[in-house]
Ligand binder design. Structure first.
Ligand code: AGP
Length: 490
């Protein structure tokens, strides 16, 4: 057979056409035949239209997300519910290896052998206006501004009954059995997991470690006897994370998904779900989902720690701390002008930049660098500040921007000494320091909060620096090149 295209989706249409024209098949049977021919190792989400019957959609998926939206006199197909909430709040799941025929008034689900399947439908209560831009120029700015409100929302949602933290007992009992917590995510969600791991260890005494989903899926470490998996994913649709979850289920290991999207694939497939309550996140650069993921992990770590009678958890007033965090975030957000000036002075015309810190501050440095590079295309690296002198300091020259994050008492002096080293080599140094550790020369001072929660504040100036650098370069902040909001391929 002659290939007329190198684009996979076009090859599929050609193949369907081939069976219809040369083997006299109906469109439905030709589609089924093609689905049967495609290797099960691949992933796909298809909506096929035959131009002779434009009101009929032939739909199938394998591993990739796809959902039917059910309307009155119309039906919709999209990869997630957010895309359809302005039209409907009724949805129907599609399972792998099903074929669905959608018309304006009917949805018929069969397996590949033609047996009728009973579909699962659900309602979602999402405010359709939540994904409107309003007066904002970009979703990223709106979403950063929403962070104090998200902190309040998380506190209100999880601290019920006179401010008491209530979590599902069955879920806590399952987690209690674990001898290690595995936190799995990609990109920003992985960075949130790095912060979470420290909170779980301190508040529960259970060993915890964060893993990059795409690495864990193909390079699994030696496992403990009783692992508990936490999947961190804003969208709930990330293919790399799902690959790990599929194997976790096969092994019979218990799992929880912490996600922003109720009924998303990873939420449906894990044993338990905790929601971020952050509202739809539209900008490709994740901001409020990162801080919400940290806050929800703190809620869980405290809840589990209390269940285990851990003194650190019992003495940690998280509800009050989340209130302080919300106020602190607002103070930083109100200093946008200063951050915009810093971005224009140090980053807009720079080719590269370094974020440095130790421990928790290093994990924030990783996230800060990711934010800057993905929307401003400035080559940025997040670095453990102690490692600089082992090689990377060779890259420091006149005016290289180095941003130091200093929020932990134990390591503050050490990071400052590393900053002196780069200053002596001509770097332009910016510091983001916690008030109680600050010195008069610090560029940006953060209000004090508990040492476990400082990432919730130190990341905000870094998000804003990335935003204003992208803006200063005249780029499309919300839709950076080569990137998608949900990464549904491995
Ligand atoms: C971060 O700004 C990116 N959008 C990206 O790293 C993202 O966090 C990653 O693709 C994981 O997405 P998820 O949280 O939806 O699983």
């Amino acid at each position: 057979m002659l290939f007329r295209s190198e684009t996979d989706t076009e090859v599929i249409v050609q193949l369907v056409d081939y069976f219809v024209v040369n083997q006299n098949m109906t469109t439905k049977n030709a589609f089924l035949k093609v689905l049967d021919l495609i290797s099960v190792d691949s992933s796909y989400a298809f909506v096929l239209v035959d131009r002779t019957t434009p009101d009929v959609l032939y739909v199938a998926k394998y591993k990739s997300p796809l959902l039917i939206g059910l309307g009155d006199g119309f039906n919709l197909v999209a990869s997630d519910a957010i895309a359809m909430v302005k039209r409907t709040n009724n949805f129907m799941e599609i399972q792998d290896r099903e074929m669905v025929i959608v018309t304006p008034t009917d949805v018929q689900v069969t397996d590949f052998a033609g047996n009728i399947q009973k579909p699962v439908t659900f309602k979602l209560d999402i405010d359709p206006t939540a994904s409107d831009l309003g007066a904002y120029p970009f979703f990223m700015l709106k979403e950063m501004d929403e962070q104090p409100a998200v902190m309040h929302k998380i506190a209100q949602t999880y601290f019920v009954q006179d401010g008491e933290l209530i979590l599902d007992a069955k879920f806590l009992e399952t987690m209690k059995q674990a001898d290690k917590i595995y936190l799995v995510g990609a990109g920003t969600s992985y960075h949130a997991g790095l912060v979470g791991a420290k909170m779980f260890e301190q508040l529960t005494g259970i060993q915890a470690e964060a893993y990059i989903a795409s690495e864990f899926a193909y390079d699994q470490p030696i496992m403990v006897k009783k692992p508990f998996f936490i999947f961190l994913t804003q969208s709930g649709e990330t293919a790399d994370s799902r690959e790990v979850l599929v194997n976790v289920k096969k092994q019979g290991w218990p799992s929880l998904t912490i996600t922003n999207v109720a009924k998303s694939t990873l939420s449906r497939e894990a044993d338990f779900t905790m929601l971020l309550h952050a509202g739809p996140e539209i900008a490709v650069a994740s901001t409020k989902a990162y801080t919400a993921q940290i806050a929800v992990q703190a809620v869980l770590a405290k809840g589990l720690g209390e269940y285990l009678n851990n003194a650190n958890a019992q003495n940690f007033d998280l509800r009050q701390q989340l209130g302080l965090v919300a106020v602190g975030m607002q103070t930083i957000i109100d200093s946008k002008e200063q951050i915009s000036e810093l971005a224009n002075k140090y980053l807009v015309n720079s080719k590269n930049a370094f974020y440095i810190g130790r421990g928790t501050d290093w994990t924030v440095a990783l996230e800060a660098a990711l934010k800057l590079k993905e929307i401003s295309y400035v080559q940025a690296e997040g670095f453990a500040s102690g490692e600089l002198k082992h090689g990377t300091i060779a890259l420091i020259e006149d005016n290289t921007p180095v941003i130091g994050i200093i929020t932990q008492q134990r390591t503050a002096a050490l990071t400052r000494s590393n900053l002196h080293e780069v200053l002596a080599r001509g770097a332009s140094v910016i510091t983001i320091a916690l008030s109680s550790l600050a010195v008069p020369e610090d560029t940006f001072v953060l209000p004090d909060v508990d040492a476990l929660l400082t990432p919730l504040l130190s990341v905000v100036p870094a998000q804003l620096l990335a935003y204003y650098t992208s803006l200063g370069k005249g780029l499309d902040v919300d839709k950076p090149r080569n990137l998608a909001k949900s990464v549904t391929v491995q």
